[in-house]
Design a binder for this molecule. Structure first.
Ligand code: C5P
Length: 221
């Protein structure tokens, strides 16, 4: 085949989404942000008053949602049952809850099925936590993208709107906590697949990371 699937996994704020989107653009592939799908379920749970420790209700909710990802101006637009939730899923409330919702077995099963379906015809760049290790174990190229937690907090802080009153220290501790929850959950935790290429972006520019991945992709076809 002349197309492949590329999995980009790693901790929060490592630059996965920007990198994945641009790599997809350069290769003419489809970018799929799986974190957005977990965020969408979390937003809907919050709207329905369902908490992460109500597994049965959460599972039922997950099964009832139709999640659509469409290419948008700044990355990707996210729809739930036809409702555009692109901006809402980036709220602090969602960010603080999402790792708890993402630990639910049925939620992971339902979203995993959607993700495999989206990748079935190849030509996708998918970013997340468990793509190379669990969702697409046969992806032709797997990248594990990391950066120091300080660097990741700094990047997030810079891209945040001025009206958000969160200190760098607070952001750093929230990112570290989300990593801890994602790494320690029982079902498909954040883990570096044994055949993934590890890239530490701490001292690299976004463009250097993108170039490196595009070059690697050329060696795989
Ligand atoms: O990528 P992003 O930071 O938006 O992901 C939000 C959360 O969704 C992660 O912290 C994680 O809890 C969950 N997630 C996941 N598996 C994925 C993608 C995201 O559990 N493949």
């Amino acid at each position: 085949s002349d197309r492949m699937n590329i999995a980009i996994d790693g901790p929060a704020g490592a630059g996965k989404s920007t990198v994945a989107r641009k790599v997809a653009e350069q290769l003419g592939y489809v970018y799929i942000d799986t974190g957005a799908m977990y965020r969408a379920v979390t937003l809907c749970a919050q709207r329905a008053g369902i908490s992460a420790d109500e597994p049965v209700k959460l599972a039922e909710l997950a099964r009832s949602l139709k999640i659509d990802l469409e290419p948008g101006e700044h990355g990707q637009s996210v729809y739930v049952n036809g409702d555009n939730v692109t901006a809402l899923i980036r709220s602090r409330e969602v960010t603080l809850q999402v790792s708890h919702v993402a630990a639910n077995e049925t939620v992971r099963e339902v979203l995993g099925v959607m993700q495999r379906h989206l990748a079935a015809r190849k030509g996708v760049v998918m970013d997340g936590r468990d793509i190379g290790s669990h969702v697409l174990p046969n992806a032709e190229l797997k990248i594990f993208l990391t950066a120091s937690v300080k660097e990741r907090a700094l990047r997030r802080h810079r891209e945040m709107a001025d009206n958000q009153t969160i200190t760098l220290e607070q952001l750093e501790s929230e990112i570290a906590e989300r990593d801890r929850l994602d790494e320690q959950r029982e079902i498909s935790p954040l883990i570096c697949a044994s055949d993934a290429v590890v890239m530490d972006s701490t001292g690299m520019t976004i463009d250097e990371v993108i170039d490196a991945i595009v070059k690697l992709s050329r060696t795989k076809l």
